[in-house]
Design a protein around this ligand. Structure first.
Ligand SMILES: *Cc1c(COP(=O)(O)O)cnc(C)c1O
Length: 403
């Protein structure tokens, strides 16, 4: 049966992913089960979207109750669920207003549109001249505008022409930001920690320094916290490690509780008020079902102390992985339950390690062939982390020693 379902996907699906050869049929908490009933610990969490665990009972209850009541009416009408969700999000993230979309990429597009329109209507940039500054090795999604601002050759290859108006600077270099800003700069968009690039943390003080530079030059500081937000790095937002409150904030992934695509762009009145009825929208954005799940996800995060849990267990996990000390490991880095283990690519392929971990009942995936991401659901326990660390240790020990 396993090979049957793999063959079906390979035969009828576009080959835009290269999955590990496992067919999953059930999930609960930090565990996933394949068709043969073999259990796995999930270290991938669907690229950090499963912070509350698979089929979290509270989220499933909220979902099913609401599904029986009201799902989609579109934004042509009000619902009794969207307002409370937006209010909670604005309060938690200290922003005036929020615009709901579905996927992360759509929320990033929303941020880009808001920044440009703000530049023209409020800042006074000349028509068609607005610039947005982004970082090398960024990942903000897969639409044409977004891959147009990527520096990853594969993400761009064959998809041009791309929209103009983007400038790229090195990540982690605040002086480069200051040098790149002109009178036409609308916004600086960045990930406070680069996820897909391989869990890359900027130097200490960088976020704060960049936020100051943006403020001095009347440039919006927009944080893409789709992956790093909602406690993933041990703070509610990764920007809070440096006490930065971004002018624009993008959330997604875990916001949908690992069940639905739910994303938000949040900002000030000054920015958000550039949107007039008809300027922007999405048929499913902010639907009652999505708003219900999003609100319950935010409540869970608070009520279950998951942010603090991520900080505490992340530190424990990081220290344990660092102690493994195999010559195949180049570096282990992380904040909260957002950890990257980088191998020496000339000695071992990260995918090979992931395949061996899979045999041991651990699901992890490499990014860029060299970094294995450990980003489990935030509800993971210390005992479960111990199991993962033992398995990782065994896998590295299984390679003939190379000096
Ligand atoms: C995953 C991700 C996105 C894109 O989100 P989708 O829901 O896949 O469109 C954007 N930015 C960051 C930082 C991400 O990690």
């Amino acid at each position: 049966m396993t090979s049957h379902f793999i063959e079906l996907e390979e035969r009828y699906g576009a080959h835009n992913y290269h999955p590990l050869p496992v067919v999953l049929a059930r999930g609960e908490g930090v565990y996933l089960w394949d068709l043969d009933g073999k259990r796995y610990l999930d270290m991938m969490s669907a690229y950090s979207a499963i912070s509350f665990g698979h089929s979290n009972p509270r989220l499933v209850r909220a979902l099913t109750q609401q599904a029986n009541q009201l799902n989609l009416v579109s934004r042509a009408f009000y619902s009794d669920k969207l307002g409370p969700f937006l209010e909670k999000a604005c309060e938690m993230f200290e922003q005036d207003r929020a615009l709901p979309m579905n996927t992360g990429a759509e929320a990033v597009e929303t941020a880009l549109k808001a920044a440009r329109k703000w530049a023209y209507k409020v800042k006074g940039v000349a028509p068609e001249q607005a610039e947005i500054i982004v970082c090398q090795n960024n990942f903000h999604g897969r639409t044409i505008a977004i891959v147009g601002m990527s520096t990853e050759a594969q993400y761009r290859d064959g998809f041009g022409p791309f929209p103009a108006g983007f400038k790229t600077i090195p990540y982690g270099d605040a002086a480069a930001l200051e040098a790149a800003i002109t009178q036409n700069t609308a916004a600086f968009l960045l990930e406070p920690c680069q996820g897909e690039a391989g869990i890359i943390f900027p130097p200490a003080g960088y976020l704060q320094h960049c936020a100051e530079i943006c403020q001095q030059h009347n440039v919006l500081f927009i944080a893409d916290e789709i992956q790093t937000g909602l406690g993933r790095t041990g703070k509610l937002l990764a920007c809070q490690h440096e006490n930065v409150r971004p002018d624009g904030l993008i959330l997604g992934k875990a916001l949908g509780g690992g069940i639905l695509p739910v994303s938000l762009f949040l900002s000030s009145n000054e920015v958000m008020n550039v949107f007039q009825p008809g300027d922007h929208g999405s048929t499913f954005g902010g639907n009652a079902l999505a708003a219900t799940v999003g609100l319950e996800a935010l409540r869970l995060l608070e009520q279950q102390g998951l942010v603090e849990r991520s900080a505490k267990l992340g530190a424990y996990f990081l220290a344990a992985l660092k102690r493994i000390g195999s010559p195949l490991i180049k570096e282990v880095r992380g904040k909260g339950l957002f950890i990257g283990l980088e191998v020496h690519p000339e000695k071992v392929a990260a995918r090979d390690i992931c395949l061996k971990l899979m045999k041991q009942g651990i699901l992890a995936k490499d990014t860029h062939h060299t970094v294995i991401r450990f980003a489990p659901p935030l509800i993971i326990t210390q005992e479960q982390i111990d199991v993962v660390v033992e398995a990782v240790k065994e896998v590295f020990a299984s390679y003939p020693s190379i000096e």
